[in-house]
Design a protein around this ligand. Sequence first.
Ligand code: FAD
Length: 289
Amino acid sequence: MRISDRYTQATETHLPVFSFEFFPPRTEAGFASLYRTVQDLKLLDPDFVSVTWGAGGSTRQKTVEIVVRIQQEIGLTAMAHLSCIGSTPDQITKTLGQLTAGGIENILALGGDHPPEYEPPPGAFTYANELASFIRTQSDFCLGGACYPETHPLAPDSETDLRNLKRKVDAGVDFLITQLYFDNADFFAFEKKAREIGIDVPIVPGIMPILSAKSIRRMTSLSGAGIPNELQAKLTEVENDDAATCDVGVEWATLQCRELLDKGAPGIHFYTLNKSMATRAIFEKLRKG
Ligand code: FAD
């Protein structure tokens, strides 16, 4: 299934698209746990799942293996993330061939992050729009891209970031998934500005339920996401109690999802962190209304 078709259908039928993101584990035990989580979340009938692309070399091949296995053996539509930084065009072509051979039709085309002492390989692309254009010259994948309601951390300002986002869409990206964020006002303001400059593809909110105090620190330092005062106050009340923190996170993410869906978001992309519990809990709450 081409994911863009499902988003088009969602706009027509008002049936939102739900998707779950996973990352390639580093250990055998991690793989066993990942496939259990995927099986567990399959019961929620997601429209698709996605698997991240490792920033370092070691997990890259794993992304291809995992998406192919999830799609062929577990029977869920799977999207591979693919970043261009660190790869030559030939390496990207090889990966595209492996994905095609595995029946994968959907790619999240990313620029990616490089380590501080980065020496680009010959011919390497820097930005996601270059990767999207390159893929378009070779094959007919359905392409997603990343976007940032609170502005990409390296962009000089939000207007420049939006103009760069438009280049990515003009290069052939069919839909956008946001970075995690905790304040829907940021999403709505960003979506409005994106529409004003002619970005007309579906923009899908990416939601990450807070699982523990440690996970909040990690996720906010990696993504730059701000924590609204109201959420911060709730988290301070339950400091050092991971179970209670997770409950606060589920409650907050559920409220975010309800408002987003009520206001017409085409779907929700959940950052699962390879765990099923919080995502299941949010789904149950959403179903109860
Ligand atoms: P780009 O779109 O290339 O943008 C990066 C920066 O460059 C921005 O500041 C932008 O304004 C600027 N820019 C863009 N195009 C141009 C241009 N043509 N000229 C000048 N400036 C430009 N990381 C991983 O390592 N693996 C993953 O699987 C992964 N999955 C992700 C999924 C989602 C939904 C999101 C939101 C992020 C993900 N990331 C992942 C993180 C991502 O790699 C980083 O945020 C990275 O810094 C930017 O990637 P991008 O595709 O947004 O890059």
